[in-house]
Design a protein around this ligand. Structure first.
Ligand code: FAD
Length: 457
């Protein structure tokens, strides 16, 4: 049977797929979402246990796009959104075993021991450095523009915190397009930051530095669950898509569901699954795009959440948390002080600390069993924060393939994806391996995909 023109199957009910499906329904499309898991949200999941609230994937989001406000209003969850505690602007980096606050004012910059005088003076050269000759990693870009010390003790830990990535491998152009543009368009980071403010104002966008950080009083899954509720029976859970077939009119998708194998047809499909799953599903349609997608690397990351009595921690938890440069040779990437940032993350008198291990830097650390990982993380936290007792609570979540790495040469991957979409009308790829990995990026990419579909009619 010929499916109606305005019909779409979204494969994958993570935040990208849910937003795309929601907006398509607003455009009067006939939509279903097929999601493999028993709950919507993909990486966006919240666990509530023993008085703790644990976001096992994204812990927060930056309000980088006005789409958030629009969505939260129409989903009726705007009142449940919470902004991060003001203290959270304070972030620490570990150097020589000690936490140093990242300076937020010129005075603090001059005083900080996070960087040496030589390292600070090196920053003064930045406006006089020309453009790159070819593609660079974020490490090459930062070392050239800002010097080695800034790479080691600012950007290296930052890349671990955002991508769980390795700065030597990630493409500055693809993984940090806004930073890249500052050089490309304005000729430098300092010049670009000043001039770029105007542009963003016109687009009503917020830079990542100035955007407010938010979550929800009941955790990040408030967002994905609200989208799931509005979609209602158009969201089919426990439905793992096995194959996609191109038909004369549209597509047929076969999924393993709780009621056995089922087939669904639609005029268009959006693949909102991780790249390796998309690679598998597209083999029958275009083996060369499958090959490209299967090569996108997602390192493993384990989230280790520990709860401590507040009075056994000597370091005041007066900020967002800390990040750890590779040079410090620790076995963790960094720790978020969850109960400082948002309310109700831990019972009264207890602190909730969320630590990430693994990533591209040390994928092998995630191979340890749960008990060993808990001990590793506790030992590191105890030495950094001065903790005198064992944790009272722990919870671990292993992400075997956590975050796509936009490595050197990624622009070609993106281009091939675009060419694929052009040569296969009706198939769209919309997930975090394209257009950015943050929640804000995923929401923006979903809106862009829907706009393209609607425009094509
Ligand atoms: C540990 C961690 C911490 C993070 N922290 C932050 C943060 O603090 N802030 C931030 O902005 N971002 C953060 N991110 C990034 C951000 O959360 C993700 O990039 C984003 O949520 C990805 O959404 P998505 O919909 O593209 O993909 P996913 O969330 O991966 O969703 C894909 C969905 O497809 C489903 N699926 C797969 N195969 C099939 C199939 N065959 N059939 C049907 N369904 C299928 C999966 O079950 C999944 O639900 C973090 C990510 C991780 C992993």
């Amino acid at each position: 049977m010929k499916p109606t023109d305005r019909s779409c199957i979204v494969i994958g009910g993570g935040i990208s797929g849910l937003c795309a499906a929601y907006w398509l329904t607003q455009e009067n499309y006939n939509v279903i979402v097929l999601e493999r898991d028993a709950a919507p949200g993909g990486a966006m999941k919240t666990v509530r246990k023993d008085g703790y609230l644990i976001d096992t994937g994204p812990n927060s989001s930056l309000e980088t796009t006005p789409l958030f406000n629009e969505l939260f209003h129409s989903l009726g969850i705007i009142d449940r959104r919470v902004y991060a505690n003001e203290n959270s602007n304070k972030r620490y980096i570990l150097r020589n075993g000690k936490l140093h606050a990242i300076p937020m004012s010129p005075g603090a910059f001059l005083k900080t021991k996070l960087w040496s005088t030589k390292g600070k003076l090196r920053l003064l050269k930045e406006p006089f450095i020309g453009r790159a000759n070819g593609e660079e990693s974020i490490a090459q870009f930062v070392e050239r523009r800002l010097g080695r010390e800034f790479l080691d003790y600012a950007i290296n830990p930052f890349v671990a915190g955002v991508y769980a990535g390795n700065p030597e491998e990630l493409s500055v152009r693809s993984a940090f397009p806004k930073l890249y543009r500052l050089e490309e368009v304005y000729g430098g980071l300092i010049k670009g930051t000043i001039k770029g403010r105007k542009e963003r104002k016109q687009r009503a966008e917020q830079s990542k530095q100035s955007a407010k950080m938010f979550s929800f009083i009941d955790g990040m899954d408030t967002f994905s669950n609200a989208l799931g509720s509005v979609l209602g029976d158009r969201l089919i859970l426990n439905a793992k898509v096995d194959s996609i077939n191109k038909e004369k009119h549209g597509f047929t998708v076969t999924a393993e569901t709780t009621e056995g194998k089922k087939q669904y047809s639609a005029q268009q499909i959006i693949l909102s699954v991780p790249a390796h799953h998309a690679a598998h599903l597209l083999t029958t349609i275009d083996s060369s795009i499958s090959d490209i997608l299967s090569k996108i690397y997602y390192p493993p990351v384990t989230m280790v959440f520990l709860g401590y009595k507040t009075d056994v921690i000597s370091q005041p938890l007066d900020g967002f948390g800390y990040l750890i440069p590779a040079k410090e040779r620790r076995r963790i990437l960094g720790t978020i002080w969850s109960s400082t940032i948002f309310p109700k993350r831990a019972p009264d008198g207890y602190a909730a600390l969320t630590t990430f291990v693994g990533g591209s830097r040390q994928p092998e650390v995630t191979d340890h069993d749960e008990a060993t990982l808990r001990d590793i993380v506790h030992d590191e936290i105890a030495s950094i924060l001065g903790v005198s007792e064992e944790p009272d609570f722990y919870y671990l979540k292993e992400w075997k393939r956590a975050i796509p790495q936009y490595k050197l040469g990624y622009a070609e991957t993106t281009e091939r994806i675009e060419q694929f979409e052009q040569s296969h009308p009706g198939v769209y790829l919309c997930a975090n391996y394209r257009g950015g990995i943050s929640v804000g990026d995923c929401v923006t990419s979903a809106r862009r995909t829907v706009d393209i579909i609607v425009q094509k009619g």
